[in-house]
Design a protein around this ligand. Structure first.
Ligand SMILES: [Ca+2]
Ligand SMILES: [Ca+2]
Length: 175
């Protein structure tokens, strides 16, 4: 039996198995589950006024391959630094809400971020910039997810654009 263990074929086969194990494990750690993210659900342009003192609503849309209830809400960060609001904002029932935002029958996770905190996390911005917002976090099974959407930076006006985004949300609330 000792001779068989030293067989070049067996050594090669063992190496191949080890390679697959290591490669597979590496993949499991580096894989990030893609998530569908929609800043300001109901608005395509996603204007973000730098003077807005309100909230920036962001939906993570559930798909057949992505169940939003598998997200660990405590892990969610926008731009790697901004946590979603956790207390009720104004007349909203809760800051983190699970409902079917886009009416496709699949649950979506609705988050709200403080507009000023979000703007501060963007660094140098100019009027009219289209900025990619990144959102990420962990799933309850420990894997990571990430999504992206864009916002249009507005530096003029009085913040009414931001309020438009919020009122566009109202019809999406389940009634
Ligand atoms: Ca949008
Ligand atoms: Ca949905």
């Amino acid at each position: 039996m000792g001779k068989i263990l030293r067989s070049p074929h067996l050594v090669a086969a063992t190496a191949a198995v080890l390679f697959v194990l290591v490669f597979g494990a590496g993949n499991a750690f580096s894989q990030v589950v893609p998530a569908m993210m929609d800043v300001k659900p109901g608005s395509c342009v996603n204007p973000l006024n730098v003077k807005s003192r309100g909230v920036l609503p962001v939906a993570i849309l559930g798909t057949d391959d992505f169940d939003v209830t598998s997200i660990d809400p405590a892990s969610i960060l926008l731009q790697d630094s901004v946590m979603p609001l956790r207390t009720a904002a104004e007349d909203d029932a809760s800051a983190i809400d699970c409902n079917d935002q886009n009416g496709d029958g699949l649950l979506d996770l609705l988050l709200k971020f403080d507009s000023q905190e979000t703007i501060a996390a963007l660094g140098q911005i100019n009027d009219g910039d289209v900025i990619i917002l990144s959102l990420g976090g962990s799933l309850l099974d420990g894997s990571e997810f990430a999504g992206q959407d864009t916002v249009l930076i507005l530096m003029k006006g009085n913040g009414n654009q931001a309020n438009l985004g919020r009122s566009a949300l109202a019809p999406g609330h389940n009634k």
